[in-house]
Design a protein around this ligand. Structure first.
Ligand code: PLP
Length: 449
């Protein structure tokens, strides 16, 4: 298909409200024309001008099996011809949905029981909040409603999930966060450590701070804690040593549910199937999206642990039906896409590839960037990594934000043919290439970075 670039650009500028875009600069043309992305294959995409770009960010950390996978496209097409849609209310199902749910319950971290489906990470986290509240109402603890998340956490941008997100620019002018959501300190040793403090000591301190916060709020008022096993959008930051152990001990002590937001870390990105398995996390609830279908179809899920589900089922005599659900909960095409993607993840051992190629990639990033005078930290795990730029390496001083260093390095990489994301918080260049990336491709990414 030949695209009329001018016509598409004009239609777009006149009619699309683009997320996370400076609206005036786009409307006036200051940002240039929209990039019309036309095709994708493997780890590369091509725009309408015929430019090839290596996608070092897998879209938005989601196209894990790579672009152009015929197996997934065919599974979607087969299901669309056979049965494009039926709902899953009132115990209706499809074969693809039942098979997918059985797989997810068996493979998920912790002791899981049931899967509730949505369309995005945001709505799945919205569901998690409602589950925390519902669970505590049903077990006679109606005041246990506050949910704690971390500064620099990212959990989406709907009303509850946007409140969970711990960066103020996602709240400003949008009347967020909601009062039920409270934030605690970010687990980033590089910026947060006291002089001479080891990672383990820093993690212990973060645990103590959480304990004090819960005591201050009253344990009878705190129902849940949500965290990404590895902080993603807040800066691609693996947890310091001992962090999750310190946090989980406090949550257990105060009878607070742990929601693991595995939207990025699920399905192999850290080198383990789930980030929770990588870091010894035993969640009560697990959020998945992105890698579940590798973004071939919008599908997410809140996976519900045995402990929570039992209370829901036992409470049914009292409250009647579980009154929560979306038209597209358990969409059969999404389920077919997910089953095809999980077949690839398992057959091609993508967690194993993320571990092996990831170790090589991390070493290459370290070698090329760690000692540069404007680099404060190079960090990562599996196939997710970041370079953090600083004005003064010795004194850990940030660049003046108006210099937009992160955005400028990202733009320079793009001009060389690589998409690496300027993370929204700080001067950070982020990488999260598809999990099918080979060693040779990882070398290409580092060479272009
Ligand atoms: N949770 C995490 C950890 C994410 O990274 C994201 C998106 O980047 C979300 C939730 C929200 O997902 P969505 O954009 O599909 O609503």
């Amino acid at each position: 298909m030949t695209i009329n670039i001018k016509e598409i650009s004009d239609k777009d500028r006149n009619s699309v409200l683009h997320p996370f875009t400076q609206l005036k600069a786009f409307a006036s043309g200051e940002l240039g024309d929209p990039t019309i992305v036309e095709t994708g294959k493997g780890i590369r995409i091509q725009d309408a001008h015929g430019n090839h770009l290596i996608d070092g960010f897998a879209g938005l950390y989601c196209v894990n099996v790579g672009y152009g996978r015929a197996e997934v496209a065919e599974a979607i097409s087969r299901q669309a011809f056979r049965l494009a849609y039926y709902h899953s209310y009132a115990a209706h199902t499809t074969d693809e949905l039942a098979i997918l749910s059985d797989r997810l319950v068996k493979m998920a971290p912790g002791k899981m029981s049931k899967v509730f489906y949505g369309m995005s990470g945001s709505d799945a986290n919205e569901t998690q909040a409602k589950l925390v509240w519902y669970y505590n109402n049903l077990r006679g603890k109606p005041s246990k409603k506050k949910i704690i998340s971390r500064e620099r956490g990212y959990h989406g941008c709907s009303v509850v999930s946007g409140s969970m997100t711990g960066m103020s620019f996602y709240h400003d002018h949008m009347d967020l966060p909601l009062p039920q959501i409270v934030h605690t300190g970010v687990p980033h040793h590089y910026w947060g450590r006291n002089p001479g403090e080891s990672e383990r000591e820093f993690s212990t301190r973060r645990g103590e701070e959480l304990d004090q916060l819960i005591e201050r709020l009253g344990p009878e008022n705190v129902g849940g804690f949500i965290g990404e096993p590895v902080l993603g959008t807040g800066g691609i930051t693996p947890p310091p040593e001992g962090y999750w152990q310190a946090i989980q001990a406090v949550l257990k002590k105060h009878d607070v549910l742990l929601i693991a937001d595995e939207v990025i870390t699920g399905f192999g990105r850290t080198g383990s199937m789930f980030g929770s398995q990588h870091y010894g996390i035993e969640p009560d609830l697990v959020t998945i999206a992105k890698g579940l279908t590798s973004a071939y179809f919008p599908l997410s899920a809140a996976i519900v642990g045995e402990k929570v589900y039992k209370v829901l089922e036992d409470g049914a005599d009292k409250v009647g039906a579980f009154s929560h659900g979306y038209t597209y909960s358990g969409h059969p095409i999404g389920a077919a896409a997910a089953n095809a993607v999980l077949d690839i993840v398992e057959k091609e051992d993508l967690p194993g590839n993320a571990r092996d190629v990831g170790a090589f990639f991390q070493a290459q990033l370290q070698e090329k960037f760690a000692q540069l005078p404007i680099v404060g930290e190079v960090r990562g795990v599996g196939l997710m990594g970041a370079i953090e730029f600083v004005a003064d390496r010795k004194n850990r001083e940030r660049f003046d934000p108006s210099l937009k260093v992160g955005a400028r390095v990202s733009k320079a990489a793009r001009d060389r043919g690589l998409i690496a994301r300027a993370m929204p918080h700080g001067d950070i260049l982020g990488f999260a290439p598809p999990l099918v990336t080979t060693k040779g491709e990882a070398e290409e990414i580092v060479a272009l970075a």
